[in-house]
Design a protein around this ligand. Structure first.
Ligand code: FAD
Length: 456
């Protein structure tokens, strides 16, 4: 029978271990993507992510068709859809690349056991992470909660495997396989159409992921170490949404960066190492998610459960969301986010810190806004980043380290270039006065922290 390849967070043809294994069987391929908004515990995609998914599936379907295959689209609980589809096409092999959230793993485990009971070869592969979370252990067999020793353990082992080549043909399935129409899934905004800025900033799909990587390696890698914290420089790779959707794999990034590094010396070479270390932070956030499935909702440090958050003033939250706080770097970041679906890493830290420690708003509300508006909204990196800034997370910034957004702007955007790109009225009377006093609110936050410090 044919091989069923279930695409999930791996919307690519090259370096796709599940697809590679299916092709090795030499049988026709049924490729399916399932939009699952029903299975228990699966977090619904945010708006920007849905926009991205539409583009990414369009690109994947095109690539499959060019090679003789087809992408089947189905909506519903994954368990029903995958098991039903396998039965209806008579698949005796069902392959996929692993996911790491708890609800997703439960779904996958159930599917695997049902399929195995029917005699099908149901198998999962490692395609999204350089190091499967359970393979990296401390000397005592425990898990890591601090990045540096985690990454040392990762890099001490053998180097990541080489990527699998892209297929040159996909043997199509001769039978009729009913499919949904992508346009019927309602992934794109209708009215208002807020996606114009996303369309001009991004091109979802495997081909553009590789284009970005090439541009980054030739134009920016050597400067990355020195300029990665300056939002106006735009030297970072912008690969995060492509990685989120698996349009490019960390194995491909690793190999290409190692090759580029050979031609570099001194600071530029160190810069390449720095870039790969950032890819390591992504690995670490998945390690932490795997070991703490409730990362997006529960403080990793339990004393933060008692944090005395004041009553929420919705207007203050909205001022932050809309970039109308009167703090220029914060507003620039929040407007960049709304317009483009992304935000520079340094500014993510500053805007998050401002929400938590100057507006005294629970980090979970910020995490939710980012989840809805980021094209790279990631089940691991997003809550990990928020808990890091909140001080409630693994290997987090200490709570008392409050970013001062004005000093951060002076240091990382000294000519206010980034601010002006995003806040055109900056410096005129039209720009609002700060909604809070930075010093006063910082003191209030530290006083609130004193109440929970030392609690367990
Ligand atoms: P580059 O600097 O080119 O880095 C290369 C890759 O390494 C990135 O694409 C990303 O996959 C990974 N990476 C880099 N920095 C980090 C980091 N600190 N943590 C985890 N992975 C990292 N990243 C997401 O991918 N999705 C998110 O939802 C997300 N939410 C965040 C929320 C907060 C509050 C903070 C502080 C950070 C968050 N990040 C998130 C991490 C980081 O900001 C982005 O990965 C980065 O800005 C993406 O830009 P880039 O691809 O140009 O990164």
């Amino acid at each position: 029978g044919p091989s069923l390849v279930w695409f999930r967070d791996d919307l690519r043809l090259a370096d796709n271990p599940a697809l590679t294994a299916a092709l090795e069987r030499g049988k026709p391929i049924v490729a399916v993507y399932v939009l699952d908004e029903e299975s228990a515990g699966i977090r619904p995609l945010g708006g920007a992510a849905r926009w991205w998914l539409h583009g990414s599936l369009t690109a994947l379907a095109d690539s499959l068709e060019r090679l003789g295959g087809r992408l089947t689209l189905r909506r519903g609980p994954a368990e029903d859809v995958v098991i039903g589809l396998a039965a209806s096409v008579g698949a005796d092999a069902v392959f996929w690349n692993r996911r790491y959230g708890a609800a997703e793993r439960e779904v996958d485990t159930r599917i695997k056991s049902v399929l195995a009971a029917t005699g099908a070869d149901a198998r999962s592969f490692a395609g999204s992470l350089l190091h499967e979370p359970w393979t990296i252990q401390t000397g005592q067999g425990g898990t890591y909660s601090v990045f540096t020793p985690f990454w040392r353990a990762c890099t001490a082992g053998p180097p990541p495997r080489a990527p699998f080549p892209a297929p040159d043909a996909i043997p199509g399935f001769p039978g009729e396989v009913p499919t949904d129409l992508l346009d019927d899934w309602g992934l794109l905004p209708t009215r208002p159409d807020w996606a114009a800025g996303l369309r001009s900033a991004w091109q979802p799909g495997e081909a553009s992921a590789h284009r970005l990587l090439e541009i980054f390696l030739t134009e920016s890698l050597a400067r990355y170490g020195d300029e990665r914290d300056e939002p106006a420089q735009a030297v970072t790779s912008r690969l995060s949404p492509h990685l989120r959707w698996g349009e490019i794999s960390p194995f491909q990034i690793w190999q290409a960066t190692e090759r580029a590094r050979i031609g570099l010396t001194g600071r530029a070479q160190a810069s390449a190492t720095r870039f790969l270390t950032e890819v390591g932070w992504r690995e670490f956030s998945y390690h932490v998610l795997f070991n703490n499935p409730t990362l997006a909702t529960v403080n990793l440090r339990p004393e933060f459960d008692a944090f005395p958050w004041p009553r929420l003033d919705k207007r203050v939250l909205e001022a932050w969301q809309q970039g109308r706080t009167g703090i220029a770097l914060v507003d620039a970041g929040m407007r960049e986010l709304w317009r483009t679906g992304s935000m520079h890493n340094r500014v993510r830290m500053v805007t998050a810190s401002f929400l938590i420690k100057n507006l005294l708003i629970d980090w979970r509300l910020g995490e939710q806004w980012f989840w809805d508006t980021l094209v790279d909204a990631d089940a691991a990196s997003n809550p990990f980043g928020w808990q890091w800034v909140a001080g409630s997370g693994a290997d987090a910034a200490p709570y008392f380290r409050v970013f001062n957004p004005e000093l951060q702007a002076k240091k990382f955007d000294p000519h206010a270039e980034y601010i002006r790109q995003n806040v055109p009225e900056y410096g005129t009377d039209a720009y609002p006065a700060p909604i809070v006093d930075l010093g006063e609110t910082r003191r209030a936050a530290l006083a609130a922290y004193e109440q929970i410090k030392g609690m367990k």
